[in-house]
Structures are given as C-alpha cells and as structure tokens.
Design a binder for this molecule. Structure first.
Ligand code: FE
Length: 255
C-alpha cells in the first residue's frame, strides 16, 4: 500500500523530530502494510518553508538509512504546499515539488478554517500549468464543512482531494468523520492517506481506515483509492467518478 501524505522526514516540520522518530514511523508503516511513503513536509504554511532542494536530499538519506536498518519501505519526495499567491512562480523557479517529481500532481493545503478568495482561480491556473491540484484533508476545513458546495465546485472544475485516515476513524471528532463519509459518498474525494506526524497523537491509522472504507463503501471503493495512489506516484491519470453535491440530511424536520 502507498501512503501519499506523511511527515516522516525529521527535523524540518512538526513531524518526526530526529532520525530515530523517522525509523519508528517507518516500522509502524510497514506493520500496517505500507511499502511506499511520499514524504510531504509542510511548505509556506506560515511556520515552515521547505523547498524542493531541502527535501530531495533528505529523502535519499532516509532511504539509505532504512536500507541499512533492513526496513522494507521506500520513501518518495513530495511536499504539502499551503496555498499562496506566488505558488506558480515558485514552481517555475524549481522550489515546488510535485508528488514523486512526475510534474503531474501537486498537494495543496487550504488554511484550516477558510477558503481564500483566490482559490478557484489559482487551482485553475495550476491546471493551465499542466498540473493537477490535490486538496489535502478538505474534511478538516470548517468552511468546507459548512459550505460543501465550494468543494463541489473545485472538484467539478478539475481539482482532486485526499482524505485523512484518522478523520475516517474518528480521531478528529464525529463532525469530521461524518463529513469524510459524505465526501466519499458524493465522489468528492479520490484517495486516502495518513498525514501521520508521529506515533502518538497523529499516527498512521491506515489499516483501520481501509477496513472501514471496505466495510462501509465496498472493496471497489478501496481499490479505487489504492489504484489512484499508484497512478499518482507514477504520474498517470486517476479514476474519478462524477462529483455530486453533498446532501445535508434533515433531522425531524427541524432544519
Ligand atoms: Fe500534512
């Protein structure tokens, strides 16, 4: 299994702190059936700046270490880019990493409680540049929870999305768990990943989430997520069902 989103590189963001943490995370990943991780350090989120040239050598160093420690896990380069105005210019300047450097898919993080006004235009411009934007953890954005049609419009105009395993397992609460369920149901998400930061509060939970997806949505949905993850690291086209609007359920006619 491939994990597309993980803060396993040590010492560069709020994920692993030292190499030993990276090693422990790698072993946990392997125990959950993960054989490939795309390392996606934060970039431009107001706290951390990790450009392509900071990330690529660290990925090689971790791969060497895992080989030496006999851990059967491959790390690929990636980046979690907070949405910002100069993103495309910085991509052209070689500061932005596409997932596994295939020049095809790029992880875009929105602020946690809003969707900036320029989002739609920027996601469009990214596509004009020849890239496909993948919005990470939309289920944790409070603005999207309140206004799921905003996400519908972004997906309908070509963006993809990634949900987080621990959102599905309920670590972020029932509201986020329910919204994750809604997003899968409405074809508004296309892959699941861990976004693991450590082995305590922000662990992988991939195995548990995958079991839950298979039991709630069927094995076909799970395989679609697996295949999309594989297509993404290879730079191939993904499978996308036609997006639908999230239907807000009415309870006892109160709303
Ligand atoms: Fe992340």
């Amino acid at each position: 299994m491939i994990d597309l989103h993980c803060h396993i590189l040590h010492g560069i963001d709020d994920g692993a702190k030292i190499m030993e943490d990276s090693l422990k995370m790698a072993k946990q990943a392997v125990s959950e059936g993960i054989d490939t991780i795309v390392a996606t350090p934060h970039h431009q989120n107001g706290k951390y700046i990790n450009e392509k040239n900071d990330i690529v050598p660290r990925v090689s160093a971790l791969n060497d270490y895992l080989l030496q420690e006999n851990v059967p896990l491959t790390i690929l380069p990636g980046q979690e880019v907070r949405i910002y105005g100069e993103l495309i210019g910085d991509y052209r300047d070689g500061k932005i990493l596409t997932l596994n450097q295939t020049n095809k898919y790029i992880f875009i993080e929105l602020p946690s409680s809003q969707v900036p006004r320029f989002t739609e235009q920027l996601l469009y411009d990214i596509q004009i540049e020849g890239l496909i934007p993948i919005i990470v953890h939309p289920e944790r954005n409070s603005c999207l929870i309140e206004n799921p049609n905003i996400l519908y419009n972004l997906v309908n105009t070509g963006a993809m999305t990634q949900i987080t395993a621990s959102s599905l397992t309920g670590r972020f609460g029932n509201k986020i768990k329910k919204f994750s369920w809604d997003l899968i149901n409405a074809n508004l998400t296309h892959m699941v990943a861990s976004d693991a930061h450590n082995l305590s509060g922000r662990n992988f939970h991939m195995q548990e989430a995958c079991e839950w997806i298979a039991s709630e949505f069927g094995i076909d949905t799970l395989y679609m997520f697996y295949e999309n993850a594989e297509s993404i690291v290879n730079g191939y086209a993904c499978f996308k069902d036609t997006p639908e609007k999230v239907r807000k359920k009415k309870f006892l006619g109160i709303f």
